[in-house]
Each structure stands twice: as C-alpha cells, then as structure tokens.
Design a protein around this ligand. Structure first.
Ligand code: SF4
Length: 497
C-alpha cells in the first residue's frame, strides 16, 4: 500500500518554489525516497513514526495525529470505507508490542513551516547539539540508551511551543467555574440536553425550545454544524440561551477552524460569559452536503484543542506563548465513544482526553448498557473515573426507521437486535416504545457507579425532554414547575441558571 500512497498530499502548494539550501533539498529527497515506499510518507515534516508504532498517522483521511475519531471501527475507516482505519492498525500494533502507553503522549499539531521539509534535518541538528560522540556512547550503554534517545527525539517531536506529555494535568483552580461544574462536583445527578441551532436567522423556535427545557436541565448544548452542515453558530445560540437565563454548553468543532480562529472564538465566548465548552474534532466534511470543503486536514484535533484551551486557562498563554491578560474561565468537556473501535482502545483515547484537559464527557448514544459497562471497566482500569464526570448520551427513538438509520449510518452507534425488534414490532406505538426504551436505559445507567448524569439528545424532538426527565425521576433539586416559573419571572425573580 505504501508504494502507491499519494506521497505529496501534505505539502503546501508553494513548497516546491520555496528557496532552500541545496543540502536541505537533498536531505528531503533522500528522506522521501526512503520513507515514501516503506511508510507511505507524505513528508509532513513533523514525523511521529516512533510514537505511532511505525505506521504513518498521516494516512488518516481526517489528518488526526492523536488517535482515532469516534466513528472508527476495527473494520474500516468511516470517511473512506475502502480502507482500514489507520489508527486501529496503530493501536493494534502498539498494544501487541506492549507500547500502548506511548500513545498517551499529547502530540502537537503540524508546524506548517516544516511541512514538506525533512524531519531528518531536525534530528541531525539535535545530534550535533548533544554531541555525536555522546549520542553514540549513550546509545551503546543500556542504562543510558532511553535517556540519550529522548534527548535527541523529544525536542524534535515536542517543540517548546507545545511540550506535550502523557501526564494528567488537574485543573489549577478551586471554585467551580460554571453552574454545571458546581452541580457535578456536589454529587448531583445532572441532566443536560441539546438543541440543534436553526437553519436560518429566525430564532423563535430556538427561544421556545430553550424556555421549554429550562426548568428540566442543568445546561443546554448547542451543536456546531452537526454532519458538517451549516446552521446558526453555536456561539450565537449560547448567547441567546444566556439572555434567557439558561446555562449553555458551547460545542466547538475543530473541523472548521484554524488554531487562530479557535483561540479567538473561545476567548470571545468566555468574554460573553460562556464557560462550558465541549471540544470536538467534528464530523468529517464527507458526511456533509456538496460542494464539500477539504476532508483531509484538521488543523487541530479535539485532544490538541483540550490541551491548548487548558493551557490558556491555567497558564494564561496563547499557543504562541503570548500572555493573556485575563485568561478565559473554562469548564472543558469532550465527547466519548463507548462503542467505536474496541473498548480498551477507546479507554486509552478517553484517558488521553482527560490528561489533556477534559473535565466532563458527554458520550455518544448508548443503547447497550452491557457493552457500556465494559467500556466503563476499561476506564476504571486506567484510573480515569475519578478525574472526569460522565454524562451518558441517550436519544429516544421516534420510529423503527430512525433506529435503523442510527444503527446503520451513524458512526459509533450500535443498537442491539432486541431493541430494533421491539421498535419494529411496536406498529402504531413506535413513539411510545421508544420512550419506554429510553426510560429503561436511563434507569439502568443511573444505577451504575461511575456515571454522573444523562445527556439527552432529542434530535428535533425537544418536546419529549420534560416528559423523560419527569418520568425518569431526574428533576433537578431546584426544579420550579413551568407555570410557577413564569409567574416568578413576571414578578422579577429571575431564572434558574
Ligand atoms: S509522520 Fe510525517 S514525516 Fe513521518 S512518515 Fe508520516 S508523513 Fe512522513
């Protein structure tokens, strides 16, 4: 496969015309000649082969450099079903060789100044700094080998502006930043829900949905162009929610932003009073309508986004090292995919998100509590459960057709046969059956340890949320019935936040 790889995909169009020393060009040509046929090297100039079990991660169609997306399966890549998921192969090989802990290191985004150039040049420069003699003698000594190797290769793969590692970085603040964080820390079993932003500029339905959900949930997510399809921005919806006394969770998909845009948007959101930020890589543009934008480049993935935003909050610095005078106050969340790939692979990926800065998870849709429990056990083995709050994703099924669509078409979603059968056999009562199934699932996950709440994703069926929350017995402790709530607002008592 490597021999036929599209070798120059990662090189900027201007690269062949850039003025460079003859030696640099010669080294790049040599590196390409060696690594091209062997690894399918695309000359990204920021080589990670040692960290990725010597499989080039740049074969990933989305350009992910820190692990698989939530849609990956052991069978194939979800963006390009004709080939295997390269990250699944990397995980297989790393686990087989006992090198899986290496995959925990948070690897940097591309430094585009280097793309197309030789990584070997950086390695040679480091060997010169360390001293060729010291390097050779260090590599000969079994006690010094690892340290010597790292002294050369760590600065190459982890430039100072990134400095990623495999460690857990607890948040460096004491008091909860948002109401959601306060509730979760206090042990309240919370319910969040989500609203898909409007397709146009009219906000009437959006506001009605916000008002309808307000008494029942701790916070509302506003999705960020799901299925890579444009809608009103999550940021705008979050601001409208704030104006209506509801705590928002801003979803932000790395797919549509550069590192500059991401930092700017989050600073802006925090400045407006939005503290909950859910970091996503985002559905690949291949899921969206034509004409499609580039599908192969995400400037930063969700793990890199978490790492960068945590540092902005806790260290008060931009990615380029400039100080932020008033750093953003952020409660950082991430998506988790219990059914994508294998549970122990996913657990490693979730641990990486927590280490990078993730403080709460909202999971993909859960319809199989037994498989969900396996994933939770894997998280427990990795000592993750005490470092993150987990909200379980639940979507009530409205029809058998919807159930089939979710099961067959949506990456990372699996509905067991017995639930599909129940929906199919429900005839005229499919909505009723879907609600019953959702209530049963909520009860099952509610009884499990290691779970702190439910994230209801009603998929355009927002009106069902009050009923589900009420019948599941999950009304918030400060619940005010809607009629009384309207009365209080009219009397100037304000809204629950
Ligand atoms: S990580 Fe980059 S430099 Fe290394 S083999 Fe892949 S494309 Fe080439």
């Amino acid at each position: 496969m490597s021999v036929f790889a599209p070798a120059r995909r990662w090189q900027p169009a201007y690269r062949p015309f850039r003025r460079e020393k003859a030696g640099t060009r010669a080294l790049a040509a040599l590196e390409r000649a060696v690594k091209g046929p062997v690894y399918g090297c695309r000359m990204c100039g920021n080589c990670l082969l040692q960290e990725t079990a010597f499989i080039c991660p740049m074969e990933c169609p989305s350009g992910l450099r820190n692990g698989p997306c939530g849609g990956s399966t052991p069978d194939h890549c979800y963006v390009d079903e004709t080939r295997p998921c390269v990250w699944n192969e990397i995980y297989e090989r790393a686990f087989a060789g006992g090198r899986e802990e290496k995959l925990l290191e948070v690897l940097p985004p591309l430094d585009w100044d280097k793309v197309g150039g030789p990584t070997w040049g950086d390695v040679l420069d480091r060997v010169k700094e360390v001293g060729p003699g010291n390097f050779v003698s260090g590599m000969r000594d079994a006690h010094l080998r690892s340290e010597t190797w790292e002294s050369v290769f760590r600065p190459v793969r982890q430039p100072e502006w990134w400095n990623g590692d495999s460690a857990y970085h607890p948040p460096e603040y004491e008091e909860p930043i948002t109401g959601l964080e306060r509730r979760l820390r206090s042990g309240e079993f919370v319910v969040t829900s989500e609203i898909a932003p409007p397709l146009g500029t009219a906000t009437g339905k959006l506001v009605r949905d916000i008002e309808m959900l307000k008494p029942y949930v701790a916070a509302i997510n506003f999705t960020d162009c799901p299925s890579a399809t444009p809608r009103m921005s999550s940021l705008a919806c979050c601001l409208i929610a704030l104006q209506h006394g509801v705590e928002p969770i801003m979803q932000i998909a790395a797919r549509d932003r550069t590192r500059v845009g991401l930092q700017a948007e989050v600073i802006g959101a925090a400045g407006l009073g939005i503290g909950n930020v859910l970091c996503l890589s985002g559905d690949n543009p291949a899921m969206g309508p034509s004409p499609r934008s580039r599908m192969d480049i995400i400037d930063l993935d969700s793990i890199q986004m978490l790492w960068m935003l945590r540092k902005m909050r806790d260290e008060g610095t931009y990615l380029d090292g400039r100080t932020i005078k008033n750093p953003p106050k952020l409660y950082l969340g991430a998506a988790a995919a219990p059914y994508a790939s294998r549970p122990h692979f996913q657990a490693l990926r979730e641990q990486k998100k927590v280490n990078a800065g993730g403080q709460f998870f909202q999971t993909n849709l859960v319809y199989d509590p037994a498989r969900f429990a396996v994933w939770l056990d894997e998280l427990a083995k990795r000592d993750v459960l005490n470092k993150v709050h987990i909200l379980v994703g639940i979507t009530p099924l409205k029809s058998y057709k919807m159930a089939r669509y979710l099961h067959d078409q949506v990456p990372g979603v699996a509905i067991p046969d017995h639930l599909l059968d129940r929906m199919e056999n429900a005839g005229e009562d499919q909505e009723k059956e879907g609600i019953q199934i959702a209530l049963e699932l909520i009860e099952e996950v509610n009884q499990r340890g290691g779970v702190q709440g439910i994230h209801l994703m009603p998929v355009m069926w927002e009106a069902i949320v009050p009923r589900l929350v009420t019948e599941a017995g999950l009304l918030p402790p400060d619940f005010i019935p809607p009629a009384a709530h309207e009365h209080l607002v009219a009397a100037g008592a304000g809204a629950r936040s």
